[in-house]
Ligand binder design. Structure first.
Ligand code: ZN
Length: 498
C-alpha cells in the first residue's frame, strides 16, 4: 500500500480517537454527569476539541493529501482509499478556514449553554437563556465569516450538517411541502387515541423496547440504552452504539423515540469496517442519517405489518390499557395527524411543520432579520399560523429543544429532509424486497436491516448526499413527492371518526 496513504490513515485514526473521546465526554455529560461537573467538563471538551482540530488542520496533513492526488486518481472513485483522500481533503480545506480558538470557544459556549438551557427549560425562564442564544449566534456569525456563500449566510451553517446543500434548495423543498402539510393537518379526521394516555409503568416500557431492539439487527454486545432528558444516539465505533431515550409513565411515546434512535444506531452499526477511525465512519449528511431514524420509527414502527406481529406482545405487556383495543384502532391512533406543541412528540404529518418554523426563525436570526429577544413571540406566532395551536409557555415553546443551547444552528432542517428522503429510499427497499411487509408481519426485520446496511449504511460518507441518494434510488435529488404521497395515502386510510 502507498506509504503516504498509510501515514494518512494513521493520522486520521488518531484524530478519530480524539473525537471519540470527546463523544464519550459528551455522552456522559448528558446521561450521567452531576450538574456540578459542567464547568470542568466544558474545559475538558474544549481541550480535546482543540487538540483534534489542531491535528486535523496541520500543514503536514495537507501535504500528504496533496502528494496523494496521483494515487487517488489511479483508484476507482468509490473505493475506500480514493474516498478517504477526497472526503478528507474537503474537510481539511473547510476546517483550515476556521481559527482553532473560535472552534474551541464554540465548544465551550455550547457546553455551558447546555447547562443553562436545562435550568431555563425546567423553570420556563427564557430571559436566563437569552444570553446563551445571543452568545451562540455571535459565535456563529464569526464562524460564517470564515466562508463564502451565494444565497444566505445560513448556507455555511447548513453545510456542517447537510453538505453541498444551499439554503435556497432547502427552502424549495419546504415551500413544496408546507402547503400540502398544512392542508393535510386541517383535513385529517379525528381519531380516538384516548387509550394511548393512561398508566404505562416505565419498567415495562423499558423491557418492551429492549425486546424490540433485539430484533432490529444489532449484534449482541454492541449497544446499550440509557435514559436522558433529550433522547439522542451516539457511537464510539461501529460496535459501541449508545442509544438514549426518555420514559413517561403517562404514555408510550418512548417506544417510537427509542425506535428512532435505533435507526441512527443501525446506521452507525452498519458502517463498513474499512472506514472505521476515519472521518468517513458516519452518514454523508444528517438528512440521510435522519432518513433512517425515520424509517425505523415510522415506516417500520408505525406500520400495520410491524404491529401485526408486535401488537399481541404489547397488549400482554399493558393488558389494563390495551386489552380491549383492537389492532386496527391502535394502528389508526398511532398514525393520526393532530397538531401539538412538542416537536419530539409530533406525529409524522405535523412533524415537518415544526421544523419549517425552526428553519425560518434560524434563517432570520442569522440573516439579522429577527432579534434573539423577539424569538418567543415569533415562535408562538409561527405555531399559531402553521399548526393552529396556542403556546402556553416557553417550556412548551421556544425552550423545548436542546439545539440552540449548544449552538446547533442549521441542524433542524435535516430532520424534515430526513422525512422526505426516507420515503425515496423506502421505495427502493420495496423494489428490492417485494415481501418486506410480509416479513415485518412475521416479526422478521433481519433482511430489511441487512439490505439497508449493505446498500446504504456501509457506504458511510464515501459519496456526497446527492450521490448516495442517486445510487440507491436512481434520482439525483431530494424529491418530496413520495413523502407527500405516503402521507396522503396514510391519512386517507384512517377511519373517519373512529
Ligand atoms: Zn434523529
Amino acid at each position: 500500500m502507498n506509504a503516504d496513504f498509510v501515514a494518512l490513515r494513521e493520522r486520521l485514526a488518531e484524530i478519530s480517537d480524539l473525537h471519540r473521546a470527546l463523544g464519550v465526554l459528551g455522552w456522559d455529560q448528558k446521561v450521567t454527569m452531576p450538574p456540578g461537573g459542567a464547568p470542568a467538563r466544558a474545559e475538558a471538551m474544549a481541550t480535546l476539541g482543540r487538540l483534534a482540530h489542531e491535528r486535523f488542520v496541520d500543514d503536514e496533513l495537507g501535504r500528504l493529501l496533496e502528494r496523494l492526488r496521483p494515487y487517488e486518481e489511479s483508484l476507482p472513485y468509490d473505493s475506500d482509499e480514493a474516498s478517504i483522500i477526497r472526503v478528507t481533503r474537503r474537510d481539511w480545506e473547510k476546517a483550515r478556514k476556521v481559527p482553532t480558538e473560535l472552534r474551541a470557544e464554540m465548544i465551550r459556549a455550547g457546553v455551558l449553554g447546555n447547562q443553562v438551557w436545562v435550568e431555563a427549560r425546567a423553570n420556563n425562564d427564557f430571559a436566563s437563556f437569552l444570553p446563551v442564544l445571543e452568545r451562540n449566534l455571535e459565535l456563529k456569525r464569526r464562524y460564517v465569516e470564515c466562508f463564502e456563500w451565494d444565497d444566505s449566510p445560513y448556507t455555511p451553517l447548513l453545510d456542517d450538517y447537510e453538505p453541498f446543500m444551499t439554503t435556497t434548495e432547502v427552502a424549495e423543498v419546504f415551500d413544496a411541502i408546507r402547503p400540502v402539510l398544512t392542508e393535510l393537518v386541517r383535513e385529517a379526521p379525528a381519531v380516538d387515541a384516548s387509550f394511548l394516555q393512561g398508566s404505562f409503568p416505565v419498567e415495562r416500557q423499558q423491557a418492551f423496547a429492549e425486546r424490540v431492539l433485539e430484533t432490529v439487527g444489532f449484534e449482541p454486545g454492541s449497544w446499550r440504552l440509557d435514559t436522558t432528558v433529550h433522547p439522542f444516539c451516539t457511537s464510539f465505533s461501529n460496535r459501541d452504539i449508545r442509544l438514549t431515550t426518555r420514559y413517561d409513565e403517562r404514555h408510550l411515546d418512548s417506544l417510537w423515540s427509542t425506535m428512532h434512535e435505533a435507526g441512527h444506531g443501525l446506521y452507525a452499526h452498519g458502517i463498513a469496517q474499512g472506514l472505521e477511525r476515519t472521518p468517513l465512519a458516519t452518514a454523508p449528511s444528517l438528512g440521510l442519517n435522519e432518513s433512517q431514524s425515520r424509517t425505523w420509527e415510522n415506516l417500520v414502527g408505525r406500520s400495520q405489518p410491524f404491529w401485526t406481529h408486535w401488537y399481541e406482545p404489547l397488549q400482554a405487556t399493558f393488558p389494563e390499557q390495551l386489552g380491549d383495543v383492537s389492532l386496527e384502532r391502535f394502528v389508526a391512533a398511532i398514525n393520526r395527524a393532530e397538531p401539538g406543541l412538542i416537536r419530539v412528540e409530533a406525529d409524522e404529518t405535523t412533524y415537518s411543520l415544526h421544523i419549517i418554523l425552526r428553519f425560518e426563525l434560524e434563517r432570520k436570526l442569522i440573516e439579522g432579520a429577527l432579534a434573539p429577544k423577539d424569538v418567543p413571540e415569533a415562535w408562538n406566532a409561527g405555531m399559531r399560523e402553521l399548526l393552529g395551536v396556542e403556546v402556553p409557555d416557553d417550556t412548551h415553546g421556544v425552550l423545548q429543544d436542546i439545539h440552540w443551547s449548544y449552538g446547533g444552528i442549521g441542524y433542524f432542517p435535516t430532520y424534515a429532509l430526513g422525512n422526505v428522503i426516507s420515503l425515496q429510499i423506502w421505495a427502493a427497499v420495496k423494489r428490492a424486497l417485494p415481501d418486506v411487509e410480509e416479513q415485518m408481519a412475521a416479526g422478521e426485520l433481519g433482511e430489511l436491516s441487512t439490505w439497508l446496511r449493505e446498500n446504504l449504511y456501509a457506504l458511510g460518507r464515501k459519496l456526497t448526499p446527492k450521490e448516495t441518494i442517486e445510487r440507491i434510488t436512481g434520482a439525483p435529488r431530494i424529491d418530496p413527492e413520495p413523502y407527500l404521497a405516503y402521507l396522503r395515502d396514510k391519512l386517507a386510510a384512517l377511519p373517519a371518526g373512529a
